[in-house]
Structures are given as structure tokens and as C-alpha cells.
Design a protein around this ligand. Structure first.
Ligand code: AN7
Length: 336
């Protein structure tokens, strides 16, 4: 079922409104015994990589693109570190709209680039970073009748808040939500969702050390991190994210690339869950900074590991070459 249909009473869509959907949402929420043991609390993983295009962006995109169709838009546009581009391209294709995505040249994961291209979007590689791309794209959307589908679009947050409903529907109550933070739309959306149903878990947002403007309290001009999805130096939802953190007695903290990769390895080899590096920042943050007084924590794994096969191969074990003979194969399989 489409996310809009499922939550229509809590979303700004009427029964006659057009719905552009790939049946997003309803993602798995799975217990994480190994992470729980390390963190000393009950940890659950919200697998947002199980959405149709492999990231949480689909929840927001179904709403942003449906609204664009309702308004008669012919084209959608976004700046993106990759996942928004993949999602916008897919939903634009679904709606029969033209899509254009502006990405930082050479800095988006291979899977995301492939997705944007196969869905037929015009992919523009800007010789700069995400922050500059967003600045330019906002101006472009001001001057042309093109719907901007970045999370500066309120409909994106409306859709993404539904993940908070799902978490509470399954667990009843949680003490804290650990979540990676880039442009800060998702942490804002979860907080909105929790508040709408009278819940107030601590919002624990995590940024990569080299791209941690909310931790330093100032924009970062040249953000850098292995977690390319959150390589963002000047989040558009800065104030709202700080509001969520203060309102929930939470925090925004930094994790190093090494900690992100260690958490990513624990998830993939220890839990059987393959997420992209940015997503592992939630678990890395919980392990580094601790759960505080929380006893039950949900970590949001925002995107699928297959999004970024190159980083995965760079940081995983090597394959074992083998001659096509029985003895060689036996040795290759059994020898350590
Ligand atoms: C996997 O696609 O900003 O704090 O342009 O892809 O709401 O920005 C992606 C962000 C976390 C951070 N995890 O969410 C984009 C983009 C993954 C992401 C984030 C992103 P926000």
C-alpha cells in the first residue's frame, strides 16, 4: 500500500489528490543483539534501505512528487549527495515528469549515480560540494516552474515523519532515536512525527567529524568524510534540527570515519545488515557516546549498503583466487 494511503489522516493529501507511489515505507525494524551487547541497551535497527530505491528518501519523495503533480508541475529538481537524486529520479519517472539532479562531481556513490541515470534524470555534476549545489538549485527553482524536492520542501518532512509512527506502532515506546545527520531534514521529520503522537524520545543525531557543522555551531566550508551521503557543511534544516535536539533533551555529536567504518563492519559481519557508511553513523554514535539513560534505542539505518559498492570493497576482505582443480578448491575453502 502507498504511504500516503496508509497515513492519509496525518498527511496533507485529500482522497482525490493524485498519488505517485512505489509502495514505500513499512520497512523492517529488527533487533540487533550484537550492537545491544556492545551498547549495553536494547537496540533496534530501522532498515530504511528496504525502501523501493534503497533509502528513506522515498517516504518524503512520494509526498513531494505527488504534490508537484497536484500543482501541475512538469519537472522536478534537487541538489543531492546521491540518495535524494536516486529517489527523485525514480518518482519523476513514475509520474511521467522530467527530473534533473545536481550532484557534487566525483563525490556520489556509484549505485546512486547509476539509479539517477537509469531512471532517466538529467544528471549534472557540479564542480563543487552539496552546499553550493543546493544554493544554486534554490535559485533555479525560484526562477523557473520546476518543483524543488529537497528537504527544504515541507512535503518531504511530512512523508519522512511516518517512520516515527511505524517505530512506535511496533515498539510502543522508545527512549532514544539515533540517526545520521546531513542536511538535517530527517531528524526534523522524526521529531515532528513523534510529537504528533505525543511521544518524545531523545533525538541523538550524529555527524561525521569532517562534516559536523551542527556540532561546531558553524558551517564547514570544505566538508569531508567517507560517508559521502552526509558530506554536508551547511544544513538547510539547521534551526529545526537544533529545535528537535533541545526539545527532546537529545544531542548532536560527531563520530570519526574510523568509528563509522567499525560500526558498519559490526552491522554487516555481526548483524547481517548491510547499510551504507553514512547510515552506520547512528550506531557509531551510540557506541562512542553511549545511550545516556536510555534503555531502548532505535538506530535508523538510512540507506542500503549496495548504494556504495566501491567503499564496501575498499574496506572489506579480499576474494580468494583459485585454480579450477579440486585440491586447489579444497585448500581455498578450508585453509585459513
Ligand atoms: C543514507 O541525498 O542529503 O539529515 O542529498 O543519504 O535528512 O540530510 C542525503 C542524506 C543520512 C542525512 N543517511 O539525512 C541527499 C542527502 C543517508 C543519506 C542522510 C542522507 P538528512
Amino acid at each position: 500500500m502507498s504511504l500516503i494511503e496508509r497515513y492519509r489522516d496525518r498527511l496533507p493529501f485529500g482522497p482525490e489528490d493524485p498519488v505517485v507511489t512505489l509502495h514505500e515505507g513499512s520497512t523492517p525494524l529488527v533487533p540487533a543483539p550484537r550492537v545491544s551487547e556492545r551498547a549495553g541497551v536494547e537496540v533496534w535497527l530501522k532498515l530504511e534501505g528496504a525502501n523501493p530505491t534503497g533509502s528513506f528518501k522515498d517516504r518524503g519523495m512520494t509526498c513531494a512528487v505527488s504534490a508537484a503533480v497536484r500543482e501541475g508541475a512538469r519537472a522536478v529538481i534537487c541538489a543531492s549527495t546521491g540518495n535524494t537524486a536516486a529517489s527523485a529520479a525514480a518518482y519523476a519517472a513514475r509520474a511521467g515528469l522530467t527530473g534533473a539532479v545536481i550532484v557534487p562531481e566525483g563525490k556520489i556513490a556509484t549505485g546512486k549515480l547509476a539509479q539517477a541515470l537509469v531512471h532517466g534524470a538529467r544528471v549534472i555534476a557540479l564542480r563543487s560540494n552539496f552546499d553550493r549545489a543546493l544554493e544554486l538549485v534554490r535559485e533555479l527553482a525560484d526562477r523557473h516552474p520546476i518543483a524543488l524536492v529537497n528537504s527544504v520542501n515541507a512535503l518531504r518532512l511530512e512523508g519522512q515523519k511516518t517512520a516515527a509512527f511505524e517505530v512506535l506502532d511496533e515498539l510502543g515506546e522508545i527512549d532514544a532515536l539515533a540517526i545520521p545527520v546531513g542536511n538535517a531534514g530527517n531528524v526534523t521529520a522524526y521529531w515532528k512525527g513523534f510529537q504528533e503522537v505525543g511521544a518524545a524520545p531523545r533525538m541523538l543525531g550524529f555527524q561525521a567529524e569532517g562534516a559536523a557543522p551542527l556540532v561546531h555551531g558553524a558551517p564547514v566550508e570544505h566538508p569531508e568524510t567517507v560517508a559521502s551521503a552526509i558530506r554536508i557543511g551547511n544544513p538547510a534544516r539547521w534551526e529545526e534540527a537544533m529545535g528537535a535536539v533541545v526539545g527532546s533533551s537529545g544531542a548532536i555529536r560527531a563520530v570519526s570515519d574510523g568509528e563509522i567504518l567499525a560500526a558498519w563492519r559490526l552491522l554487516s559481519a555481526g548483524e547481517g545488515v548491510f547499510c551504507e557508511p553514512a547510515s552506520a553513523a547512528s550506531v557509531a554514535g551510540l557506541l562512542r557516546h553511549g545511550p545516556g539513560e536510555a534503555r531502548r534505542v532505535v538506530c535508523v539505518l538510512t540507506g542500503h549498503g549496495l548504494k556504495d559498492p566501491q567503499t564496501a570493497l575498499d574496506h572489506a576482505g579480499a576474494v580468494v583466487p583459485c585454480a579450477p582443480e579440486f585440491d586447489a578448491l579444497e585448500a581455498a575453502v578450508l585453509e585459513s
